[in-house]
Every structure is written in C-alpha cells, then in structure tokens.
Design a protein around this ligand. Structure first.
Ligand code: 13P
Length: 254
C-alpha cells in the first residue's frame, strides 16, 4: 500500500490544556511513518496553538474556509487568513456544514476555489443521507457532489485534491459502513475521477469517514480504494488515534 492519510477532525472540541495534552500523547504513542500522513484539524481559535505545539510530521488543517475574500462577513475566516497562518489543508463541505449551515454544492464550489487561490489543499467531503441510501440515490447524489467541483475546475486545480467519503448515517453513530459498503462507493468515486483523467484517479486519496476506530480501521484500509480516514470522535482520544495512525503505518510498510 502506498500512502495513507489519517485526518483528525476535532470539530468544536478542545481547549488550550486539552489540546496540548492530546498533541503530546499522540506524539508519544505514534510511530512516525513516511507514508502514513497525519493531518490535524482543530477549531479556528486553536490553529495557532496547534501549529506551535504539534510535531513537525503532523500537518495542519482548518475545518472550513469562507467563500469570500474579505469584508463584512462576521464570524468567517478567509483563505488569505488561513494561508497567513501557514495552514496546509482545509476541510470543505463537511456534512455538518451542509446540513446545519445550509451549504449547497454551489457554496462548496466557491469555497473550493478560495482554497485553491490560496494554495491550501482541499479535503472535499461528500456522502449520502440514510434516506438517499434507502431510496437507491446514493450514487447519483455522490456524483452530483463531485461533479460540482470537477466540472468547474481545470485539472491543475485538482492536483492536491483529497476526497473524504462520509456517509451521514455513519457519522458519530457508531454505525460504521462495512468495508464492503464503503469500498463500493470508493470504487465508484475512483471511476468518476478516471472518467476525467487517469492521473487524477491514480493520485487522489479517497478517505473514509464515519465511526472509524482502532477496531475497524485495518479492514477499511485494506480495501483497494480506501486510502485513509477522516476521524471525528476517535481523534479526540490520543490512544485510539495513535493506534489508527500506527495501523496505517504498518500497512504502508507491508
Ligand atoms: P466520527 O468519527 O465521530 O463518526 O465523525 C466522522 C466525521 O464526521 C469526521 O469528519
């Protein structure tokens, strides 16, 4: 296995002391691997702290980016601000942003553009609701979410793309998609990329997210088209998160 990406989405959790302790425990428990890449995405107010306190092998990501450049947008954080803080990655279109803050594919397309303009690598989240799945609309829905980005960007804009497939019914529910269910969608996503460009298909990491833990990670990572995980709950537990990272490291060395 080539490269695996382990991304921590802390969501709206943490504080100065919790973050410091979590980072130092992760550092203590993790076996650093060149081909297993760790990205930590704390809440905005703690980006600076995590940037200062993280180990050099950990990369830093934000959880969101504004679709605007600057101005009267209270509470928003622009791409230039994230670039100013040396943020390397940004999560775009997380289902919680789509569902709770009404971000549709058009807004997400604009946010994607701001990430690219500021040289921040996008982690594009997609995924269906249980209603889509039960009514047989999963693939159409996923297709529309990806197409909103692919059809509006030239290939050069997609060179650092990471896709995270997060079925909404599996997020925070403890109900992980089985490796087979996840792989079916990942293979479908790979095929969409292939229809655009073979290098894009070969080079785009497709991560799985939704109740990933140290028990289910290995089986997921062994699937052909699963290149890592976007992790919520388990990323707040140092031992769990390090275990998942170490599993990824072992698999890349096989
Ligand atoms: P959980 O790992 O808590 O299910 O969250 C997944 C997620 O939404 C990561 O972005």
């Amino acid at each position: 296995m080539d490269n695996i990406y382990i991304v921590a989405n802390w969501k709206m959790n943490g504080d100065n002391i919790f973050n410091r302790d979590l980072l130092s425990l992760i550092e203590r428990n993790s076996i650093v691997s060149d081909s297993s890449h760790m990205i930590v995405c704390p809440p905005m107010p703690y980006l600076h702290q995590v940037n200062n306190q993280k180990s050099s092998y950990m990369m830093l990501g934000a959880q969101d980016i504004s679709q605007y450049d600057n101005g009267a947008y209270t509470g928003e954080t622009s791409g230039t601000m994230l670039a100013d803080l040396n943020i390397e990655y940004v999560i775009i279109g997380h289902s919680e942003r789509r569902e709770l803050y009404n971000e549709d594919n058009s807004v997400i397309k604009d946010k994607f553009s701001k990430a690219i303009e500021n040289n921040i690598k996008p982690i594009l989240c997609i995924g269906e609701t249980i209603e889509h799945r039960n009514s047989g609309q999963t693939f159409d829905y996923i297709h529309a979410q990806i197409d909103a980005i692919i059809s509006n960007n030239k290939l050069d804009n997609l060179k650092d793309l990471i896709i995270a497939y997060e079925p909404i019914w599996a997020i925070g529910t403890g109900q992980t998609a089985t490796p087979e269910i996840a792989e079916e969608v990942h293979a479908y996503i790979r095929n969409i990329l292939l229809n655009t460009d073979s290098n894009l298909a070969a080079n785009t990491p497709i991560l799985y997210g939704g109740s990933v833990n140290s028990e289910n990670a290995e089986k997921l990572f062994r699937m052909e088209n699963i290149n890592g995980a976007l992790i919520g709950g388990a990323s707040l537990k140092a031992d769990e998160f390090s275990k998942i990272y170490n599993i990824a490291g072992e698999l890349t060395n096989e």
